[in-house]
Design a protein around this ligand. Structure first.
Ligand code: UDP
Ligand code: MG
Length: 325
C-alpha cells in the first residue's frame, strides 16, 4: 500500500522567534515517519504566512530553499488565525491525502502526530487533538474557555471540549469543508458539522516556546463572540450592550421602587409605572441589538468577499485544480 502523503499546516503570524525551532522539530519528526514508511516521502510542512510584519516569510522562503520538505503560502495581508489556517488547508487539499493543522508556537505536542496517524489508519477521517490538562493556561483563560465551550454547546454548536485547531483531516473531510463558504469562519464549529467518523487524541499542551501570544484578551473575546472583526457591525453591538445595561439597571431600580413602596414613600402607581418603562425600554433595545447582530452577519456574508488572498505559494509538488478562496 502506498504510504499517505501528509501536509502539516502551520499558520504563522510574527513567529520569527519560534519558526526555526518549529521547523527543526518537525523535520526530525517527519523524517523519522518517512523512514519508517508511515508517511510518503513527498510529505510537506506547509507554513502559512498570515501577513506577518517581521521576518517570518523570509525564514519560510529560506527553509523552502534549503529543504523541499518545507513549503510556504504567503497571504496578501493579515486575515487572522482561522482564515490563515483555511488558506493552508485549501492549498494542501489539492496536494495531499491528509493534513494535520498545528500552531507555530510549539504549544501543540508534535509527538501526538503518531496518535493522529494511528486513528486515521483505524478509519477516522477527522482526529481532534484534545488537551489533557490546561495547567499552562492562566486561571482566567481556563475559566473563560470553559464558559465559552459551554455557551457554544448551549447555542447548539457541536464543539469538542478543550480542542483548539490541532487536528487531522483527510482528503474527503477537506473536500467537504471546502463546500462551507461562510465568511464568518469558526473552524472548531464547522469541522464537527462536516461529519465523518472522528476520533480524539489527548495531548499535554506546552507553554509557548518563544514570542508573545497573538491572541490578546480583546482578540480572544471577539473571537469568542462570533469571529466578526468588521468595524461596520460595531454600532449594533453597542446597542445590544446598552440594552442589556438598561435592562440590568431597570431590575435594580424596580427593586428599589418596591422597597420604597413597602416603606410607604411613594405615590400610588408610580413604582410600577417607572419600573415597566425601564424594563420594557431595556428589553426592546436588547432585542433590537440581537436582531442587529444577525443582520450584521448577513451583511458580511452577502458581500461574499474572499476569505483570503494568496500572494505566493512555494511548493514543489504538483497542485490539482485551483480553488476559489
Ligand atoms: N496566528 C495567525 N494569525 C493571527 C494570529 C495568530 O496565523 O492573526 C497564528 C499564530 O502564529 C499561531 C496560532 O495562530 O501559530 C495561534 O496563535 P497564538 O499561539 O498566538 O494563540 P494562543 O495559543 O495564545 O491562543
Ligand atoms: Mg499559542
Amino acid at each position: 500500500m502506498r504510504p499517505n502523503k501528509l501536509y502539516m499546516v502551520i499558520p504563522c503570524y510574527n513567529e520569527e522567534e519560534v519558526l526555526p525551532e518549529t521547523a527543526r522539530r518537525l523535520r526530525e519528526k517527519l523524517t523519522a515517519l518517512m523512514e519508517a514508511g508511515t508517511i510518503s516521502p513527498e510529505s510537506r510542512v506547509l507554513f502559512v504566512n498570515d501577513g506577518s510584519k517581521d521576518h517570518t516569510w523570509e525564514i519560510i522562503a529560506r527553509l523552502h530553499q534549503e529543504n523541499p520538505l518545507f513549503s510556504g503560502v504567503c497571504l496578501s495581508r493579515n486575515r487572522g488565525h482561522q482564515n490563515a489556517l483555511l488558506a493552508g488547508l485549501m492549498t494542501a487539499r489539492e496536494r495531499c491525502d491528509i493534513t494535520i493543522s498545528m500552531d507555530a508556537d510549539l504549544q501543540d505536542d508534535i509527538e501526538a502526530i503518531d496518535g493522529f496517524l494511528k486513528k486515521y489508519q483505524e478509519g477516522c477521517e477527522v482526529v481532534y487533538g484534545v488537551r489533557s490538562s490546561r495547567t499552562t493556561d492562566t486561571v482566567f483563560k481556563r475559566s473563560t474557555a470553559q464558559g465559552f465551550y459551554k455557551l457554544m454547546r448551549l447555542m447548539g454548536t457541536p464543539v469538542i471540549d478543550n480542542h483548539a485547531d490541532f487536528r487531522l483531516m483527510s482528503r474527503p473531510a477537506l473536500d467537504a469543508l471546502a463546500q462551507f463558504g461562510e465568511v464568518n469562519l469558526f473552524l472548531r464549529g464547522i469541522v464537527p458539522m462536516v461529519g465523518f467518523k472522528s476520533g480524539i487524541v489527548e495531548y499535554e499542551r506546552h507553554e509557548r516556546f518563544a514570542g508573545q501570544s497573538k491572541y490578546p484578551l480583546g482578540k480572544m473575546l471577539s473571537f469568542a463572540f462570533d469571529g466578526i472583526t468588521s468595524f461596520s457591525t460595531m454600532p449594533i453591538r453597542l446597542i445590544t450592550l446598552a440594552g442589556f445595561g438598561i435592562f440590568v439597571v431597570s431590575l435594580l431600580a424596580l427593586l428599589i421602587f418596591l422597597v420604597q413602596k413597602l416603606l410607604g414613600y411613594t405615590v400610588q402607581g408610580w413604582a410600577t409605572l417607572m419600573g415597566s418603562i425601564w424594563l420594557i425600554g431595556g428589553l426592546q433595545l436588547l432585542a433590537l441589538g440581537i436582531l442587529g447582530e444577525y443582520i450584521g452577519k448577513i451583511y458580511m456574508e452577502v458581500k461574499h468577499r474572499p476569505r483570503f488572498v494568496i500572494e505566493r505559494v512555494l511548493d514543489d509538488s504538483p497542485a490539482g485544480e485551483t480553488l476559489p478562496a
